[in-house]
Design a protein around this ligand. Structure first.
Ligand code: ARG
Length: 570
C-alpha cells in the first residue's frame, strides 16, 4: 500500500537535500483534521539550516515538487508545513489493499529473521492465580500475537514460579498436616491454607523455619521425598491453571519455570565471581549495584547456599540468549517488580554475554488492578479467585443476553465470548502502567469503551453483510461516494491500521490497538447512524456495503490480535 509518509519525506528530501529517512522520522500525524493529514515540523531543521522554522516552511513550500496524485495542497501554520493528501489515491489504495489482503490486512514481514522472547503469565505453583497474573497473561498474549502478525519469530515463555524457599515451607506443612486435606478437590485453596498455617508456625518457632529452609535445600539437591511432593504440587497447580488458560485461549511455546534452571545456576555464580563483583555480606553472596544507581544489592545466593529468584532469572537470560538468540526479551509483570528487573538487567552485564543480548532486555511493566472497594490482596483475604471471576463474567454476559435477545441460538458460546472479551479488553484498554479499577458495570457496558461494544458493532456489520449476501468487488466502488467527512474518517483509520500495529510493538503497548478499535467502531457507528447502508441506488449501496465489510474485517482482525473472539450474533 502507498506510504504517504515516505512519499512526503522523499519530496521534501528532493528540495532540501536532507536524507529521506531522517525526514520521515520528523513527519507527524496532526491530532486534528483541519491541520492536514501530515505535518512537517520545520523547527527540527532550524538548527542545521540556521533559519527560523516559518522561513524554512515557506522555502520548502515554494520549492517542493508536488506529485498531484499524492498531495492535494499544503499550508503553513506556525513552524509547521501541513500536507493534505489526495483523497482518491488514499481511498483507492485502502480498497485494493483490503481486497487483496482480506483477513490478512495489516500483516507484514518487517520482523522476519528477528527473535522475540516474551516472558509472561508466570503464576506461582501452589498459590492462587491472581488478577496480576491475568493481566500479564493478557498483555503478554496480545504482544505475542501482534509481533507474530508482523513477521517476528516469537517465543512465549511461561516462567512458572515453581521453585524457591516457599516450597520448603509447603513441604514442611504437608508433612505436618497433609493427611487432613483431600488435594483432589480445590487443591490450590488447600495448599494455600497449608501455606498460611506453616507461615504462622514459622513465625513462632525458629526450629520449624530452619526445617523449611532445609527442605528447600534438600529439594535443590534432588532429595526423593521432597521432589515427589513438589512434583505433585506442581501437577495439581498446573491442572488448575490450565482451566484459566482454556477460558482465555492462552498457549505458550515453553513452560520452563524457575526450577528448570536448577542445574544452570552454578555457571551464573562462576561468571559473576570471574567478573570480580561477587561479594560476601552476612554470609550471603551479593553484587553491589550502587555505582549503577541501584541502592539495593542483588542477592545471588542466600546464606544457607540456596539460590534466589534473581539468580534463576540470570540463568534464564544465559539460557535464552543461547537457545533463542533473542533480539528482544520482554518481561511482562506488574511494576512491583521494577527493582527486581533493574537489578537483574544490570547484573546480566557481568555474565560475559554479547551486548546485543543485555541491551535487548526490557521490563514491560503494568499497573495494579483495584477493586472498586480497594486493593485486591492475598493477605487481607480480599481475593477473587480468577476462575470464579472469569465464570462470573460469562454468567453476567449470559444474563444480559437473556434480557436483550432471549431467542438467540448458542447463547452459552456467545456469553463466553462476550464475558471473556470484556475482561480481556478491560485489561488492555488503558495505558498499561496505569492502575485499573475493576468494575463489572463498566466492563460489560455495551455502549461504553468496552470489548462488548466492539463486538456489538462488529455484529452489526456482520448482519448487514449477511443481508447483502456478497462483498462487491473493489472495482465496483465509486470512490466519490466515500469522500464525505464521516466516510473519510473511517478510510483514514483503516489506512493507519498497520502503523498502529507498529506503534504497539515500538512501545509494547497493546492499548494503542484497543483505543484504535474503539475509534474505528465509533466512527462506523456515526456513519451508520447518518447513512442507510442497504439503499436502492446500486452504486451507493455497493460502496456502503464495502465500507461495512472493511470495518468488520479490521475489527475482527484487531480483536483477534488482542485475544478477543468475535460472536456472529449477540
Ligand atoms: N512468578 C513471578 C510472580 O508471580 C513472575 C515471574 C516473572 N518472570 C520472570 N522471569 N521473573 O511474581
Amino acid at each position: 500500500m502507498i506510504d504517504f509518509k515516505k512519499e512526503i519525506a522523499s519530496m521534501i528530501s528532493e528540495c532540501t537535500q536532507i536524507n529521506n529517512e531522517e525526514l520521515e522520522t520528523y513527519i507527524e500525524i496532526p491530532p486534528d483534521d483541519n491541520m492536514g493529514d501530515y505535518a512537517f515540523p520545520c523547527f527540527k531543521l532550524a538548527r542545521t539550516l540556521k533559519k527560523a522554522p516559518p522561513i524554512i516552511a515557506n522555502e520548502i513550500k515554494e520549492n517542493i515538487k508536488i506529485n498531484n496524485k499524492i498531495i492535494d495542497k499544503m499550508e503553513i501554520v506556525g513552524g509547521y508545513l501541513n500536507f493534505y493528501i489526495n483523497k482518491d489515491t488514499l481511498i483507492y489504495n485502502v480498497l485494493h489493499e483490503m481486497e487483496s489482503k482480506n483477513s490478512k490486512y495489516g500483516k507484514s514481514n518487517i520482523g522476519e529473521g528477528k527473535n522475540i522472547v516474551i516472558d509472561y503469565s508466570a503464576p506461582n505453583i501452589a498459590k492462587p492465580f491472581h488478577i496480576g497474573h491475568l493481566r500479564s497473561t493478557v498483555i503478554g498474549g496480545a504482544l505475542y500475537n501482534i509481533y507474530k502478525y508482523l513477521g517476528y519469530n516469537v517465543i512465549g515463555i511461561n516462567h512458572l514460579g515453581d521453585y524457591g524457599t516457599q516450597f520448603g515451607k509447603m513441604i514442611e506443612g504437608y508433612k505436618l498436616w497433609g493427611q487432613e486435606y483431600n488435594l483432589n478437590e480445590n487443591p490450590i485453596e488447600k495448599l494455600t491454607d497449608i501455606y498460611v498455617r506453616i507461615n504462622n508456625l514459622c513465625k513462632e518457632d525458629e526450629d520449624v523455619l530452619n526445617e523449611c529452609r532445609n527442605n528447600f535445600k534438600k529439594l535443590e539437591e534432588g532429595d526423593e521425598y521432597c521432589t515427589e511432593l513438589w512434583k505433585r504440587f506442581k501437577e495439581l497447580s498446573l491442572k488448575e491453571f490450565q482451566k484459566i488458560y482454556d477460558l482465555l485461549g492462552s498457549s505458550f511455546d515453553s513452560w520452563n519455570g524457575e526450577s528448570f534452571y536448577t542445574d544452570k545456576m552454578p555457571e551464573v555464580i562462576e561468571k559473576i565471581k570471574a567478573s570480580g563483583r561477587l561479594e560476601e555480606s552476612e554470609g550471603a553472596k551479593i553484587v553491589n549495584l550502587e555505582n549503577s544507581g541501584i541502592s539495593t544489592p542483588i542477592i545471588i545466593e542466600k546464606s544457607n547456599g540456596s539460590s534466589t529468584y534473581a539468580t534463576r532469572d540470570l540463568a534464564a537470560i544465559l539460557y535464552r540468549a543461547r537457545t533463542y538468540n533473542f533480539d528482544k526479551a520482554l518481561y511482562v509483570t506488574s511494576y512491583e517488580q521494577n527493582l527486581h528487573f533493574k537489578q537483574v538487567f544490570e547484573t546480566a552485564k557481568l555474565l560475559g554475554l554479547d551486548e546485543k543480548y543485555t541491551n535487548a532486555l526490557e521490563h514491560v511493566a503494568f499497573g495494579m488492578i483495584l477493586l472498586k472497594t480497594g486493593k485486591m490482596s492475598t493477605r487481607e483475604g480480599n481475593v477473587i479467585k480468577l476462575e470464579d471471576l472469569l465464570n462470573e463474567a460469562i454468567t453476567r454476559a449470559k444474563a444480559i443476553i437473556e434480557e436483550k435477545n432471549p431467542n438467540l441460538d448458542d447463547k452459552d458460546e456467545i456469553a463466553k465470548k462476550i464475558g471473556i472479551g470484556a475482561v480481556i479488553f478491560n485489561d488492555l484498554s488503558n495505558n498499561r502502567i496505569k492502575d485499573e479499577i475493576f468494575d463489572w458495570d463498566t466492563i460489560l457496558n455495551f455502549q461504553g469503551e468496552t470489548g462488548p461494544y466492539i463486538q456489538y458493532i462488529y455484529v452489526r456489520t456482520k448482519s448487514i453483510m449477511d443481508s447483502a449476501k456478497e462483498i462487491p468487488s473493489a472495482k465496483e466502488i465509486n470512490i466519490n461516494e466515500l469522500k464525505d467527512s464521516e466516510a473519510m474518517e473511517i478510510i483514514k483509520l483503516l489506512y493507519h491500521f498497520e502503523d498502529i500495529l507498529l506503534n504497539v510493538i515500538n512501545k509494547n503497548e497493546p492499548s494503542i490497538l484497543s483505543r484504535y478499535l474503539i475509534n474505528l467502531a465509533q466512527a462506523y457507528s456515526s456513519y451508520y447512524n447518518s447513512n442507510k447502508i442497504l439503499v436502492e441506488d446500486i452504486e451507493k449501496r455497493n460502496t456502503r456495503i464495502y465500507l461495512t465489510y472493511m470495518v468488520g474485517n479490521v475489527l475482527k482482525i484487531g480483536a483477534k490480535l488482542l485475544g478477543i473472539e468475535m460472536p456472529n450474533k449477540m
